[in-house]
Design a protein around this ligand. Structure first.
Ligand SMILES: [Zn+2]
Length: 404
């Protein structure tokens, strides 16, 4: 198949996009660029949804409709996110042959502007070569990098396509067909403050409670489907005060919802057990009765009207960050990719990934969405890079999917 991609035009679009600042919640510059670009390319409808107040972004998600020119072909959608991670402002793109990088002080922004640039080139060549295709809808989300906020607030009624593709993964010629669900955890450990030099025996260090619980926990890869991580910790006031409050934030991911629940419960139980078995300061220990642990801590809950005794405790908040996604190779969304693979005479890898992205959310809306790798590499670092040859390969694949 001869696909008339203009590589230099594609490169120039990509560089232009990367050099527009678009940290999460400030995507309007990119949104305006896309309105202009797709307006010039014959989009019949360009609408922004009303998600901005919920995401806190300076614009909503943008939905662009490109009409088909062949009757009876089903519509499909492509999705990209407009935001980039920090440091991502003031990007100056360096080009060495076919390789794009930043100057080293920012990310490049190929996550996810590689996908956006490929879509602009795709619509341009479809318009130029007048190939027959069905309706195409383009979804550009905000705030992907800070919790998939744009996708979560997307107004799906603006879409007519029943399935589509999110262009947002590293490498090339890879299709992501499964991704885990994730729980986000916030664990607030409460101890008892005391002067560290004068009355250390009166305190319980929330930091020590936390350290013991973490030491008792399994972390990292938990089984073939699941991982966990505690990534943030903060608390304490001063070196001479026994800290009465430490907060940890972390996550559990799993391709199995059952395992997700079990691993999350294990973390909760571990913290609770450490708290329950922690020796109380002598001033409180006399009140502790009938406790199952060798070093009893608290009296029973007692009269609810009484003020609660100061004692160690833990408050754990669990939030489903995103649901799992799982596609079958026979689903129409993947059947079309298999056809494209044949058209191009190319071998694609169909893989299960460990990350969460807008596609998890779109799938949960009942819109089967496969993730297509865009050629982006070393994302979320200042070493991020993209090879123009990969960007061209991506554009060829999108074209083949559209005409398949
Ligand atoms: Zn991304």
């Amino acid at each position: 198949m001869n696909i008339a991609i203009d590589c230099e035009r594609l490169a120039s679009t990509f560089v232009q996009l990367c050099e527009i600042d678009s940290p999460s919640r400030r995507e309007k510059g990119v949104s305006d660029f896309l309105r202009q670009s797709f307006g010039d390319l014959g989009a019949t409808r360009i609408v922004e949804d009303t998600s901005a107040p919920r995401t806190g972004s300076d614009c909503g998600n943008l939905i662009v409709s490109i009409p088909g020119n062949k009757a009876g072909r089903e519509p499909i959608f492509f999705a990209c996110h407009m935001d980039t991670v920090e440091p991502g402002c003031g990007v100056k793109v360096l080009r060495d042959g076919d390789i794009f990088t930043s100057h080293g002080d920012t990310v490049l922004g190929s996550d996810d502007k590689s996908g956006i640039a490929a879509l602009i080139e795709l619509i341009r060549i479809l318009r130029e070569d007048k190939t027959e295709h069905g309706p195409i809808e383009l979804v550009f989300t905000t705030c992907e990098e800070i919790g998939l906020l744009g996708a979560k607030a997307l107004d799906c009624t603006l879409l007519t396509a029943q399935f589509g593709y999110a262009l947002d993964s590293t490498g090339i010629d890879r299709i992501i067909i499964g991704a885990p669900a994730a729980n986000k955890l916030k664990i607030e450990v409460h101890g008892i403050a005391a002067h560290a030099g004068l009355h250390p025996e009166q305190g319980i260090s929330a930091l020590c409670l936390t350290a013991k619980a973490i030491a008792d926990l399994r972390m990292g890869r938990l089984d073939e489907d699941s991982t966990s991580n505690l990534g943030l910790i903060y608390g304490g006031v001063a070196t001479n005060i026994i800290p009465d409050s430490v907060t940890i934030e972390g996550e559990v991911r799993s391709h199995s919802l059952q395992k997700l629940a079990a691993h999350t419960a294990e973390i909760e139980r571990t913290f609770q057990q450490v708290i329950e078995c922690w020796p109380l300061p002598p001033s409180l220990a006399h009140a502790a009765l009938g406790h199952p642990c060798p070093s009893p801590r608290l009296p029973d809950k007692g009269n609810e009207n009484e003020a609660p005794a100061p004692a160690p405790s833990v408050t754990i908040t669990v939030q489903l960050e995103y649901p799992a996604m799982h596609l079958n190779l026979t689903d129409p969304v993947l059947a079309r990719v298999k056809q494209a693979e044949m058209i191009l005479g190319r071998t694609l890898e169909f893989q299960v990934a460990g990350g969460g992205s807008d596609a998890n959310i779109l799938n949960s809306f009942g819109l089967p969405t496969a993730i297509i790798a865009t050629g982006m590499n070393k994302v979320h670092t200042t070493d991020e890079c993209l090879d123009l040859r990969d960007l061209t390969r991506l554009t060829e694949l999108l074209y083949a999917i559209v005409v398949a």
